[in-house]
Design a protein around this ligand. Structure first.
Ligand SMILES: *Cc1c(COP(=O)(O)O)cnc(C)c1O
Length: 393
């Protein structure tokens, strides 16, 4: 049985390793999150916004030409069609309502690809709360359109200039801010990472993905269980949402796709489940890429959203226990798969999502098998990167 325990552990992974000064904040959230989420007025407000503001349910689309090519039955869960273009809005809607219930008046967030920053800036505008988004200086450069979006909606984007100037550094800055503003501020974490209760809370908000998949598959195939679910994993929130209602259905294969960057042995990679070892990062015990003396190794991926040196504790547990299979996909394969989907189905995926599609080139499914790919986001934000490779694909 895959289940989080009272202390926030999935098996040996999880927990809450936080500085003393954050304790009241995290503890308040831990004590209240389940009760607040179970409140029917909260539930209604959340569901109404998912429907009328986000545009849910997101369609489950049978990809006919892709299926014919790979010789199996491929369905796409269209999170790319959500407002703001990815799954991340499911979580930020949930957390902004949570922040309001907790009486918070100031919102901070970290962002990699800029998708979580945009999703957070969006919900802050929606409810009228001030928003500060920390973002690595390199990501600010490579994701310029998302930076403009955040600013247009009134958020302040603060660059993180330390380390690799990417997602993990932005996360460090956000944690520092929270320590300095423990009373009035809620930190909207963008994935199933961080101290308990964040991984569980974010997974629950994202679980709407697999909740819908169940009835949509039933409608289309007569069976609510697919044979496999494929999702890319940065921190692991879109995968957690896509797996959630199938975690304890052992017949459903769960396939987690990580970024191999330039190749697993290249030193330029973010394939945490292969290269990582047990340790503590951003408040939880999980798998992370670290040196022998525990310094975090700078990750690399062509996609900013997968460029993270850890994975959420749920995924560490799923992979370590054998419940999920992990596969790593290079930049090159992700680019090729993104072009292939664009030309086969007229859908330009986010580069993160391109990694999930590339898994189809490495895992063979039977003709009658039903495979769901979680199409976590759309590729508009990555056009500048795609265009550089126009001649090759
Ligand atoms: C952020 C992002 C990811 C990676 O984050 P997870 O928490 O692992 O889901 C994947 N796809 C898209 C489109 C993203 O924006």
């Amino acid at each position: 049985m895959i289940k989080i325990d009272e202390r926030g552990y999935y098996g040996e992974f999880g927990g809450a390793f936080i500085p003393e000064m954050l304790h009241p904040n995290v503890e308040e959230l831990r004590q209240k999150y389940l009760e607040i989420m179970a409140d029917p007025t909260f539930e209604k407000e959340f569901r109404d916004l998912l429907k009328d503001y986000v545009g849910r349910p997101s369609p489950l689309y049978f990809a006919k030409r892709l299926s014919a090519h790979y010789g199996t039955q491929i369905y796409l869960k269209r999170e790319d069609l959500n407002h703001t273009g990815a799954h991340k809005i499911n979580n930020t809607i949930g957390q902004i309502l949570m922040a309001k219930r907790l009486g918070k008046t100031r919102i901070i967030a970290e962002t990699g690809a800029g998708q979580h920053g945009v999703a957070t800036a969006t919900v802050c505008a929606l409810v009228g709360l001030p928003c500060i988004v920390y973002m690595g200086a390199i990501d600010i450069d490579r994701q310029a359109p998302n930076v403009s979006r955040m600013r247009m909606m009134g958020a302040e984007v603060r660059p993180a200039n330390s380390g690799s100037k990417t997602l993990k550094d932005a996360t460090n800055e956000a944690i520092r801010d929270w320590i300095n503003n423990p009373e009035d501020t809620h930190y909207i974490i963008g994935s199933v990472v961080g101290p308990h209760p964040y991984p569980d809370m974010v997974a629950r908000f994202q679980s709407v993905i697999s909740e819908e998949m169940k009835w949509q598959l039933k409608e289309k195939t007569g069976n609510e269980n697919p044979d496999a679910i494929i999702a890319c994993v940065g921190g692991g929130s879109n995968a957690a949402g896509a797996y959630y209602h199938y975690l304890n259905e052992p017949d459903v294969r769960l396939i987690a796709v990580e970024a191999a960057g330039m190749g697993i042995d290249s030193g330029e990679s973010a394939a945490t489940s292969v290269l990582g070892s047990k340790g503590i990062i951003h408040g939880s015990r999980t798998l992370l890429m670290q040196t022998d003396d525990g310094q975090i190794v700078e990750p690399y991926s062509i996609s900013a959203g997968l460029d993270y040196p850890g994975i959420g504790p749920l995924h560490a547990h799923l992979i370590a226990s054998g419940r999920a299979e992990a596969i790593s996909i290079t930049d090159e394969d992700a680019l090729r798969a993104s072009y292939f989907l664009s030309k086969k189905e007229g859908i330009i995926p986010a580069l993160e999502t391109g990694h999930a599609f590339a898994a189809l080139d490495y895992i063979k499914f039977k003709e009658e098998e039903v495979v769901v790919i979680n199409l976590s986001g759309r590729g508009d934000k990555d056009l500048a990167t795609f265009v550089k490779h126009f001649e090759r694909f």
